[in-house]
Design a protein around this ligand. Structure first.
Ligand code: NAD
Length: 353
C-alpha cells in the first residue's frame, strides 16, 4: 500500500496454499513497482476444484468470498483481477456483489471485467502482446533481427497464443507449440491464427494435424532462438536447465524457472527476460481499465495498445541499462529497478507513526 491500492489475481485451485498466495502477492509488488504502476501487490485464492463445481456453485462461492473480504476491497484499497480458473464472469460477480452491498455501481472494484461492465479493450490480448513487445526489445538490444527468428512456446492458452500471434506478425517463426495434451513442431512455422481458431473450436491442440508430434519435454530442449514458457510454475529447474539450447527465454508464465534452474541458465549465457517484466502487460492494461472505470471515459483499443507499448519499452530499457551498470542478469536488474522505486517511496513517506 506504500505505492497505492493493492492489485492481484484471485485463484481457484485445489492446491492453493497461504504460502503460495503470499509469494504471488510479493511478485505483484515487484511487478507493479518495476513497470511503475501506482499499486502494491496482492493475491487471493479459494481452495476448491472449480472443474467439479457447477456455474451456480461457483457464483455462490464467489459472492460469499466477496462479502467475507469486503472490508479489504475498494477502488482505493484492493482491486482483484482474474487468475487461474477465474474469468471475466467471476469479476462480474465480485463487482455486482460489492455494488449491491454498497448501494451504488462500482466498476473500478475489479479489472478483467466483461467490456459491457467497463472492461478495457485490449485486456484479453495484453499479456501475450506484452511478451511479444519485450521479445522485440531484447532483439533490438542485442542488435539481432526478429524476422525469421525461431520460437518455441510452452502452453497455448491466453498468454502463449497471443504471444505467438503477435510475434508471428512481427516476422518471427513459431516452430513449436505445446499444451496439456502434447507438443507439435513445424520447421516451416505454424499459423498462430489457425491454431487459435482450432483451440477455440476443439478446446485444445490434441488432434491438430498440422505439425510433427514431439514430447512436451522435448519442446523445452529445442535448438531455437527463443523459448517462451507460458504454462505453469517451476518448468525449468535444476534437473533440466542444462539441456536447454534456446539462446533467449522470455517468461510468459509466473515463476516458470526455479532459482537453481535460473543459475544454470545464467551460467550458460542464456538471456532470460523475467516474468515480472515479460508478463506485466496484463497488469499494465488492468491499470488502464481501473483508470477508465474511475473516470467513466473509455478508450479505443489503439490508445490502450500504444500506452502498453510505451510503458513496456521504457521498462525494458531501464532494466537493460541497470543490467549493464551492475553487470547482472535481467532478472536481478528488474528487482533492482523495482526495489529502488519502492525504497524511494519509503524515503519520502517515512514510516507512520
Ligand atoms: P491458460 O489456462 O489460458 O493457459 C495455460 C496453457 O498451458 C494451456 O494451453 C494448457 O493446456 C497449457 N499447459 C498446462 N500444463 C502444461 C504442460 N505441462 N505443458 C505444456 N502446456 C501446459 O493460462 P494463461 O492465462 O495463459 O496463463 C499462463 C501463465 O501465465 C500462468 O503462469 C499465469 O499465472 C501467467 N500469467 C497470465 C496472465 C494473464 O493475463 N492471463 C498475466 C500474467 C501471468
Amino acid at each position: 500500500m506504500m505505492r497505492g491500492p493493492t492489485k492481484g489475481g484471485v485463484r481457484y485451485h485445489p492446491d492453493v496454499t497461504k504460502d503460495e498466495i503470499i509469494t504471488l502477492a510479493a511478485l505483484m509488488t515487484w511487478k507493479c513497482a518495476l513497470v511503475d504502476l501506482p499499486y502494491g501487490g496482492a493475491k487471493g485464492g479459494i481452495v476448491c476444484d472449480p472443474t467439479k463445481l457447477s456455474e451456480k456453485e461457483l457464483e455462490k462461492l464467489t459472492r460469499r468470498y466477496t462479502v467475507e473480504i469486503i472490508h479489504l476491497l475498494g477502488p482505493h484499497i484492493d482491486i482483484p483481477a482474474p487468475d487461474v480458473f477465474t474469468t471475466s464472469k467471476t469479476m462480474a460477480w465480485i463487482m455486482d456483489t460489492f455494488s449491491m452491498m454498497k448501494g451504488y455501481t462500482e466498476p473500478s472494484i475489479v479489472t478483467g471485467k466483461p467490456e459491457v461492465l467497463g472492461g478495457s479493450k485490449g485486456r484479453k490480448e495484453a499479456t501475450g502482446r506484452g511478451v511479444a513487445i519485450v521479445t522485440g526489445e531484447l532483439f533490438k538490444a542485442l542488435n539481432k533481427n526478429l524476422k525469421g527468428a525461431r520460437i518455441a512456446i510452452q502452453g497455448f492458452g491466453n498468454v502463449g497464443s497471443y504471444a505467438a500471434l503477435f510475434l508471428s506478425q512481427m516476422g518471427a517463426k513459431i516452430v513449436a507449440v505445446s499444451d496439456i495434451t502434447g507438443a507439435l513442431k513445424n520447421e516451416d512455422g505454424f499459423s498462430p491464427q489457425e491454431l487459435i481458431d482450432y483451440v477455440e473450436k476443439h478446446g485444445d491442440l490434441g488432434k491438430y494435424s498440422g505439425g510433427k508430434k514431439i514430447s512436451r519435454d522435448d519442446l523445452l530442449y529445442l535448438d531455437v532462438d527463443v523459448l517462451i514458457p507460458a504454462a505453469l510454475e517451476n518448468q525449468i529447474h535444476s534437473g533440466n536447465a542444462e539441456k536447454i539450447k534456446a539462446k533467449m527465454i522470455v517468461e510468459g508464465a509466473n515463476a516458470p524457472t526455479t532459482p537453481e534452474g535460473d543459475e544454470i541458465l545464467n551460467g550458460k549465457g542464456i538471456y532470460v527476460v523475467p516474468d515480472i517484466l515479460a508478463n506485466s502487460g496484463g497488469v499494465i492494461v488492468s491499470h488502464l481499465e481501473w483508470v477508465q472505470a474511475l473516470s467513466g471515459l473509455y478508450w479505443e483499443e489503439e490508445e490502450v495498445n500504444r500506452h502498453l507499448e510505451r510503458k513496456l519499452t521504457k521498462s525494458f530499457k531501464e532494466v537493460w541499462k541497470k543490467s549493464k551498470e551492475f553487470n547482472v542478469s535481467l532478472r536481478e536488474a528488474s528487482y533492482i529497478v523495482a526495489l529502488e522505486r519502492i525504497a524511494e517511496v519509503y524515503r519520502y513517506r517515512g514510516i507512520f507513526p
